[in-house]
Design a protein around this ligand. Sequence first.
Ligand code: ADP
Length: 532
Amino acid sequence: MKLKFTSHLANRKYGYFSYLAEIIALFAIYFSTAKLGLSLDAVSRFATLIWLPSGIAAAALLLFGYRLWPGIIIGAFLVNLLNGAPLFVAVGIGIGNTLEALVCTYLLKRNGFSYSLDHLRDVLLLLLLAMPLSAIVGATIGVSSLFLGKVIASSSYYLTWEAWWTGDMISILILIPFLLTWSKWPRGKVSVKRSAEIGILTLLVLAVGLIVFLGLFHADERSYPITYLVFPPLIWASLRFGQRGATSAMFALTILAIVGTIQALASFLPGRLSMSLLLLQSFMGIIAITSMILAAFMAERRELEQRKDEFISMVSHELKTPLTTIQGYTELLHGRFAQQGNQEALLYISKMAAQIGKLSKLIADLLDISKIQAGKLAFAKETVDIDLLVREVVEDLQHTTSQHQISIEGIAQREIVGDRERLGQVLINLITNAMKFSPRAERIIVHLSHTHDTLTVSVQDFGIGIPKAHQQMVFERFYRVYSDQDKTYPGLGIGLYIAHQIIERHGGKMWVESVEGQGSTFSFSLPLAGEA
Ligand code: ADP
């Protein structure tokens, strides 16, 4: 086994004293948590089911390097010696416990284990390889030392080994992920909403822990298996807060469960504490595995989403540059052919320009999506005359269609403060959609109205309409309504998402009313100037 004696946390050069201080710190933590564990009804006096040191030791080696191993061996040796083990037995246990932490660290490091446990692979590496194998090493050397030192008889070998192995595995399972995910402090600001969610979730975890494991309310656990109450907060933590949330919730629940079981109040079989602890630890192990796997799946999904966003952003940026050049040359050619009076060439050039226009609109939309995702969509603040803006957009779009007659009804008679260009973009999107999705209709009506504090603009068409079930979803990213009978319409399903975001960022609302086969009315309302 090739061990690299370097530190994970920093590449600082550690002095002799800081190295000594780290070893003493690890020894102190190891010794005190081991003492606590051994005081809790250890099987054959030495094998306890509450064995925090295993997880702490391996996490310490992972984070600070293999070189801290003396802290483990001294801690394990002394605690067992003071617990009444003969000298050679205590040495044996010390070696076994140290090897356990080294094997666990080696297996994880060698296989490229990520400390954030954000891939299923990392979770499985811990669950199926490092955790059981290293605990086998610790349990086998420890229990064999007890047996060879005649502390236990051969008849109690298996029972002791089982308790030792289970205790070590649970410790590794709960503590390594918890300590590793918190070894890096989360970056970035936490919004008020998210802080509130964390607060509520914390209260829920504590409440569930108290009810389930500490017998709060003295619920009759035999008729209602209240232990299942742990699942909702754990699932919530895993889905919304990833591995850090899952492992923290799990850690808090485990502490409460252990305290509860020790007080013999928890809802597990009455009887000897070690038996209850074995059942409890198995239960905690299973829910820890479930929530960690769930959190890893969610993290993988989020990563995929992020990669997709990055891809869209990159592609749209890459496409924009050559397109701008093509646009420039097209304009140049247009000028040349106009001078020569070459009508045929001008016709082709204008067709080309129309297609280039479509392409740049698509790319602009994709760029907007990236900006929205990154929270970078900027807005100007100017006074906008909505009546004028609507008139201009309608006039422009009227030139592009001979089939539809676009009319304006009502008057806004009010100004609002906002980004003129972005609001124009919303109107263009709604009216072009109305044209696209009403291929057999002739009319499109833009309604304008206001109350004392809001202004409303609606675009009504008499086209294919939208089934009720899809109406709210059309404002989502990449959402398009598909129907077997309808012909397909071109588009990416992002126009309405962008429009919705623009209106929301102006403090307004956007909605749709539609009847399938009869048409749709898309509306948005905005706060009037001085009212927002
Ligand atoms: P795109 O039109 O590019 O697909 P949008 O985000 O503008 O993207 O629209 C999303 C979906 O909403 C469309 O694919 C269509 O299914 C539906 N939709 C939007 N406007 C209308 C409309 N006026 N009539 C019927 N369906 C519409």
